[in-house]
Design a protein around this ligand. Sequence first.
Ligand code: SF4
Length: 252
Amino acid sequence: MDLGVSMLKPAANNPATTPELTDALKASVTEKRTQVLALLKAASSEFNAIAFANSYGAEDMVLTDIIAKEKLAIEIFSLDTGRLPAETYTLMSKVEKNYGTKPVVFFPKYDAVEEYVRTKGINAFYESIELRKACCFMRKVEPLKRALTGKKAWITGMRTEQATTRASLPTREFDDGNKIEKFNPLSDWTEQEIWAYIRMFDVPYNKLHDEFYPSIGCDPCTRPVAMGEDVRAGRWWWEDPNSKECGLHVKK
Ligand code: SF4
């Protein structure tokens, strides 16, 4: 199967990650930070068992920065699928040093991974949507369920403009799949505002973003996108855009 990865060689200096910090943009980001902080404070006082799922993407670094700097009572956890790019581990290490915290990381169950690889193959997720979803389930969905056990609410860095599957994204909703409340505080943020925040507050970020990776997941399932392409076009690029979710944020 030709996956076309070699067609899009990474190139540095992605202009999307270095927006011009105009007064209007800075004012918009400052106002939105205030709104997000208010939402997070209200959520953490309403729910005493609340967690933020940090995937170390640009949006999640904005939320990590706000939660850590404001010392909010919100647990931050991550999922390590075992197939993440090296740059993500570099960022995890930077976050440790920057905020003085050790990461809370959930891994897939080793016996499920061993069985999948033994019976389907090491990169079987390229072969069909079913095998891709089975891999995402074992490496992401099941560990997420463990991470959310006992939690009353969780927080994500999802934004409306990220994908056709996220066309309508409220800042607060009931997550029917996990049976807990879910908050999407950055729902109405633009990509430009995300990067303005990162630059204004000197937030650590994944260097792959500078190489035209707007959305970063597992290494074999992520590639750079062309200028003007949808931000999620580099994720599972061989599939129909309407089926491109890993199962973490699918509505039942
Ligand atoms: S993104 Fe790819 S490698 Fe990662 S869990 Fe899903 S199918 Fe597996």
